[in-house]
Every structure is written in structure tokens, then in C-alpha cells.
Design a protein around this ligand. Structure first.
Ligand code: UD1
Length: 352
């Protein structure tokens, strides 16, 4: 049996790591296609090296563009690759433009498609990720869901028969890496023993309106403890365009961390401020309270458990650096037992 994984963006490399290991352990042939959506060393190669992911068999080198052009170019370059390999499964991950491109090419070639991280919904139809995941779910033959809620969402859309609850592969990789990393690699100016906020901002809804972007950066600068902001290329570009300095006050900006450094930095932080989906969950898994600068989340389990809250209107900036008191004590087990990738391999083998 041959499984071909199609990935392209940073969070997909993280999900690919445990899946590639589980497929290898199960003796399943596996090839990797990298679309080239993310291409900076720190956004791409570092993840393959740090997480010991086999090098991609193909790199389509698509690069950055508007959504339609980027997705279309991926499809054009992916079609001959998948038509040549004719895998038993095309495995897609998450909700990026690389995900929808792979799903569309595969169904048109009549190749079976599996979607990992199926069933998540923000109900926000302005998000590119929401278009990508809803359409990918409906195009796919096998829906690998991370949570009970994701299964319920799929059932509500008539997709239950094609769905399997496998757990969350990000819990697999996060817990494994957390067991191996040392203290956080913070900028020299920071005392690693003192409280700090770890921040990331990259979504269009926060970066593309200069007034909102300025308000978020000002709030980070005004925090009562140091703030370490890891700057996604989009954030750096938008701040440069709008003339917003990424430093001053409490704010120190660093280049994007590799995965082990990110896990160490989240675990060591007093709180996290983010608009990333994956980071909300990593904060929960690592026991660091999180504020999410968005109107909704695909990971409501983190909020129900008391580890995450939404701050869409920036009304809670005064308490971004303050953990809730007392911290929740219930087990943080909403995302499975750390063995989701093995269930992914088993589900693919069972239905090939
Ligand atoms: C993409 C995903 C998003 C995910 C994020 C993780 C889509 C629609 N969005 O958003 O769900 O949370 O990845 O990071 O697929 N850039 C570089 N170097 C790179 C990559 C990007 O400079 O290696 C810059 C380019 O200016 C590019 C911009 O970042 O235009 C945005 O990159 P893109 O891949 O289009 O979307 P992300 O914002 O990264």
C-alpha cells in the first residue's frame, strides 16, 4: 500500500512528523509531496530537520501568491505527480491552501483521499481555512477526526459514515517533544526565570487592517512583563508596510522558532497570546493559559477546560499577562492519548 502525504505549510509539517513515523512503523510505503507554500528555512526545512521527517520526495516550489493563484498553481504542479504515483491514499492535513489543492487534484484523478484533522469548524465563512476544511471534508473518502466535537460536526453534515475518531496527532508530537526539550531559548535580554508572555500573530484578520495591527502591537508593548513575539513573515511584512515598530516597551521580537524551541517557550511562559489554532492547543497541552485574539476557535475544548479565552475586541489586554486564579486542575486529555498517528495508520490500512 502506498500513502502519499501532501503538505506545504508549517503546521502541516508538525502533523506529518508523527504520521510519517507511524506509517513507517506499520510498514506502509509513504511518499511526501511538499507544495512549497512555505519555503523560508525557519518555516519549512527546520521542521523536517528538528522532527526527523524524511525529506520530501517532490517539492513543487509554488511559493506565495493570492489564494486562487497559489491554489491553482499547486493543482497544476501536483496533478502529474499524483497521476504518476497513483497512491492508494492521498493524505491531506488541516486547512491550508495545500490541503484543498491536494483534495481537488486527487478526487479528479479518482484517487482515494483521506483528510487528517477533519470536522473542525469555526463557522466563520470569511476565513480561508474554513473554506479549505469544509470543502476538503466533503471531497474526501476518509475523514480522520481529532475530537468528539469534530465527529459531531461531520455527523451534522451527513459525513459520519466516512468518519473515524483517531485523536489529535498534534498531541502525539507535542507531548513527545515536551518530554525531550530543555529550558526555553529566550533572547539574551530576558531572564528565563522571570515571567514572560509568548505571543504570535499572523492571521489576515489581525494583520491586514493597519489600525487593528497597531492596536495589537501596542497592547503587547504595554504588558507589565516582557513579551516574546515570534514574527511570522506576514506579520513582519505588514508591520514594515504600516510603519509599526516590532519592539519597544515590553516587546521583543524573535524570528519564528523551530518546533522544539516553541514547545519550550510555551511551557516556560506565564501566558500565551495568539491567533494560531495549533498554539492554543499546545498551550493547553503544556499547561500555559492562553488568550486567543479571534472571534471564535476551532478548539473550544481548550476554553471549556478553562485554559483559553477569546479576546476579539481587545478588551482584556490589561490581563493578557495574568493567568487565571486558581489554574484549572482537571486532566488535560481532550486531544487523545498521544497515539493518534498509530490510529491514522491503522485506519488507512483497514480501508485501502
Ligand atoms: C498559512 C495557512 C494558515 C496557517 C499558516 C501557518 C492558508 C490559507 N493559510 O497561512 O492556515 O495557520 O499558514 O503559518 O493556507 N511567507 C514568507 N515565507 C514563507 C511563507 C510565507 O515570506 O515561507 C510570507 C509571504 O509574504 C506570504 C505570506 O507570508 O504571502 C503568507 O503566507 P501564506 O502561505 O500565503 O499564508 P500564511 O499566512 O502563512
Amino acid at each position: 500500500m502506498l500513502v502519499t502525504s501532501v503538505v506545504g505549510a508549517r503546521p502541516q509539517f508538525v502533523k506529518l512528523a508523527p504520521v510519517a513515523a507511524a506509517l513507517a512503523a506499520a510498514g506502509i510505503d509513504h511518499r511526501i509531496v511538499h507544495t512549497g507554500q512555505h519555503y523560508d528555512e525557519r518555516m519549512s526545512d527546520a521542521f523536517f530537520a528538528d522532527l526527523t521527517i524524511p525529506a520530501p520526495d517532490h517539492n513543487l516550489e509554488v511559493g506565495s501568491a493570492q489564494h486562487g493563484a497559489q491554489t491553482g498553481e499547486m493543482m497544476i504542479r501536483l496533478e502529474p505527480v499524483l497521476a504518476g504515483e497513483r497512491p492508494d491514499w492521498v493524505l491531506t492535513y488541516g486547512d491550508t491552501n495545500s490541503t484543498i489543492a491536494a483534495a481537488l487534484v486527487a478526487v479528479k484523478l479518482h484517487l482515494p483521499v483521506a483528510h487528517l484533522e477533519a470536522g473542525l469548524r469555526s463557522r466563520n465563512r470569511r476565513m480561508p481555512e474554513e473554506h479549505n476544511r469544509v470543502l476538503t471534508d466533503h471531497a474526501s473518502d476518509l475523514l480522520l477526526a481529532p475530537t468528539e466535537l469534530a465527529m459531531a460536526n461531520l455527523a451534522g453534515e451527513g459525513l459520519l459514515e466516512r468518519s473515524v475518531l483517531v485523536g489529535d496527532v498534534m498531541a502525539d508530537v507535542c507531548l513527545r517533544v515536551a518530554g525531550a526539550v530543555g529550558p526555553p531559548a529566550l533572547p539574551d535580554s530576558l531572564d528565563p526565570e522571570s515571567p514572560y508572555v509568548l505571543a504570535t500573530i499572523h492571521r489576515a484578520e489581525n494583520t491586514d487592517d493597519p489600525r487593528r495591527l497597531a492596536a495589537i502591537i501596542a497592547a503587547l508593548r504595554d504588558q507589565p512583563v516582557p513579551v516574546v513575539l515570534t514574527a511570522h513573515p506576514r506579520l513582519a511584512a505588514k508591520c514594515a508596510e504600516a510603519g509599526i515598530p516590532l519592539s519597544g516597551g515590553s516587546l521583543t521580537t524573535v524570528a519564528p522558532y523551530g518546533y522544539p524551541d516553541m514547545v519550550a517557550a510555551v511551557r516556560g511562559a506565564t501566558t500565551v497570546v495568539t491567533d494560531s489554532g495549533g498554539l492554543q492547543k499546545e498551550a493547553y497541552l503544556l499547561g500555559t493559559p492562553c488568550t486567543t485574539v479571534r472571534t471564535e476557535t476551532e478548539w473550544p475544548e481548550t476554553i471549556a477546560a478553562g485554559w483559553n479565552r477569546l479576546d476579539p475586541e481587545l478588551t482584556a489586554t490589561a490581563t493578557w499577562a495574568l493567568p487565571p486564579q486558581p489554574l484549572p486542575t482537571a486532566p488535560r486529555d481532550a486531544y487523545g492519548d498521544g497515539h493518534a498517528a498509530e490510529r491514522v495508520a491503522a485506519a488507512l490500512a483497514a480501508q485501502a
